[in-house]
Design a protein around this ligand. Structure first.
Ligand SMILES: O=C([O-])CC(=O)C(=O)O
Ligand SMILES: [Mg+2]
Length: 389
């Protein structure tokens, strides 16, 4: 059969919440939802792959409509297929999207490409009739592990939120089975943040560990002042202390912070990730890497990032991606990452797990759903089907 992509649709939707981190509020946050429509029929229906971009960057409709979707549709259909001719080849679709694109300047387009790439992988796994994590483990000759560590991200600054509300939020994550919770810092003075941290630590006790996230807010002096103050707490990690591209700052702060640090959600290519590994002083025995494929050219690029990490002596287990989406859950289960972020109460319906999936002692088990698994999440599936079915 002559397999082809017949249409690439995009709609920009709100994922707004009244929350604030140290840098931005999310009252006007949007995401692009993309549908890659194929002429393949499975179970009596056209195969449609879906993708969306992670929170933190806005919808990408202009770029998708003007540059990346037309390149896919203009490509000779057979050049987008794998060697068997019976499925898409996501790397070939990726290469078609990147025709006439210069190197560097990744953030300008990496979100748009990553969003379409998610939909292409969803379609590819659906055509193969498998969960994406199974397809990935087969492609790489590794064993899939459907059990994935997840942590609860929240602890934002809300208008009028007091310590009791923050504690209640964290308690609710423990009640839902999480063993690691994350909160924001850097949006208040150090003394106030320490009170917030101590309130959360008092609440969670020995039931869970706490990670903190500064969202790139600090200059070197402030980052070090926080590092010295945070050392006493045995945190799960100290995240994104300074500007994401300031590798020297990261390296210097790590000299003041012997505990685990985490960063990488705002690095959008394997070359940027490589610079972090080369110059950021990251420690492969304890630090965590948070590159998010949905912001950084997709899974095709993420596989290059993983290969780069391996060459530098890093285990894929040190990766716990940002973003809380099912795409990274599949990568974690299929390629052996250390886990995935989760926002139990935010960014719905895009984030989270298929219906019925529960967190138990900090882990979820991936259901055997075809594709990325979006069809198993009814609220998300409704929005997707409104776009393309
Ligand atoms: O608040 C945000 O931009 C999200 C974030 O940093 C995270 O999930 O680590
Ligand atoms: Mg973060």
């Amino acid at each position: 059969m002559d397999i082809r992509i017949t249409e690439v649709k995009e709609i920009t939707l709100p994922i707004s919440s009244p929350i604030r981190n140290a840098y931005i509020d999310f009252t006007k946050m949007t995401t692009s939802l993309v549908a890659v429509v194929t002429n393949v029929v499975r179970d009596g229906k056209r195969v449609v792959g879906y993708g969306f971009n992670s929170n933190g960057r806005y919808g990408q409709g202009g770029l998708i409509r003007e540059r990346f979707a037309p390149r896919i549709l203009e490509a000779e259909a057979s050049t987008l297929l794998d060697q068997t001719g019976e499925n898409l080849d996501p790397d070939r679709v990726w290469a078609a999207m990147m025709t006439n694109e210069k190197p560097g300047g990744h953030g300008e387009r990496s979100v748009a490409v990553g969003t379409i790439d998610m939909a292409v992988w969803d379609a590819t796994a659906k055509i193969a009739g498998k969960p994406l994590f199974r397809l990935l483990s087969e492609l790489h000759g590794v064993e899939a592990d459907p059990r994935v560590f997840v942590y609860a991200a929240g602890g934002y600054y809300y208008p009028g939120k007091d310590l009791a509300a923050l504690r209640a939020e964290m308690r609710s994550y423990l009640d839902r089975g999480y063993t690691v919770v994350k909160m924001k810092i850097g949006g208040a003075p150090l003394t106030e943040d320490l009170q917030r941290i101590e309130a959360v630590l008092a609440e969670i006790g020995s039931e869970a560990r706490l990670a903190v996230d500064a969202n790139g807010r600090f200059d070197l002096e402030t980052a070090i002042a926080y590092a010295k103050a945070l050392r006493q707490y045995d945190l799960f990690w100290y995240e994104e202390v300074g500007d994401p591209l300031d590798y020297s700052l990261q390296a210097t702060v790590s000299e003041f912070y012997p505990g685990p640090m985490a960063t990488g959600e705002n690095l959008f290519s394997h070359q940027d990730a490589r610079n972090l590994i080369r110059h950021g002083g990251m420690r492969s025995d304890r630090d965590w890497l948070q590159f998010d494929c949905a912001l950084s050219y997709g899974l095709c690029e993420y596989r290059r990032t993983l290969a780069m990490l391996q060459r530098h002596g890093w285990s894929s287990r040190r990766c716990i991606p940002h973003g809380g989406h099912q795409m990274s859950l599949n990568i974690a289960a299929g390629l052996g990452l250390g886990g995935n972020e989760s926002y139990p109460d935010l960014f719905q319906p895009f984030g989270g797990f298929p219906d019925g999936v529960r967190v138990e002692a900090g882990y979820i088990t991936m259901p055997e759903l075809v594709g990325i698994g979006f069809e198993g999440k009814s609220d998300l599936c409704r929005v997707m089907h409104d776009l393309a079915e």
